[in-house]
Design a binder for this molecule. Structure first.
Ligand code: DHK
Length: 149
């Protein structure tokens, strides 16, 4: 099977996730965003899905990607990062999307700052994974691949 025959899972990484590995390693670990991408691609190959992997610090760019995903992506994995607790606009874009959405956070938000506990994105999510480190991305892709079959 070629990559183009496979269902596509759109993986969206929000602001500052490009700094993984350098950024607060005691919270987010030592893996880089390139390591996360490699893990997603490996998991995608195992699960028979193609991975469209992206990162942006721009709320508008992320909203554009979500809107384009309607009718083209079989599922969305989103780590909204700092937009989790602030962006009704990203929530509204996700509510337009017609497929499954898994929200992923590397760190355990439930025991971090109170302001991180609120997630607008969760209102559109099919499932949510947090506190598993980067392996949470592999769990999310596995679930989205299952839902695409
Ligand atoms: C990543 C971020 O950048 C934070 O803004 C979130 C999330 C937590 C994560 O754990 O992946 O609060």
């Amino acid at each position: 099977m070629t990559d183009t025959d496979r269902p596509v899972i759109l993986v969206i990484n929000g602001p500052n996730l490009d700094m993984l590995g350098t950024r607060q390693p005691e919270v987010y670990g030592h893996d880089t965003l390139a390591d996360v991408e490699a893990l997603c691609r490996r998991t995608g190959d195992e699960q028979g899905v193609a991975i469209d992997f992206r990162q942006s610090d721009s709320e508008a760019e992320i909203m554009g990607w979500i809107k384009q995903a309607r009718g083209t992506a079989a599922g969305i994995l989103i780590n909204p990062a700092g937009f989790t607790s602030t962006s009704i606009a990203i929530l509204d874009a996700l509510l337009i999307y017609d497929g499954p959405i898994v929200e992923v956070h590397i760190s355990p938000l439930f025991r971090r700052d109170e302001f991180r506990h609120l997630s607008y994105v969760s209102k559109a999510a099919t499932a949510k994974i947090e506190g598993f480190g980067i392996i949470g991305y592999a769990f999310a892709i596995t679930r989205l691949a299952q839902l695409s079959r």
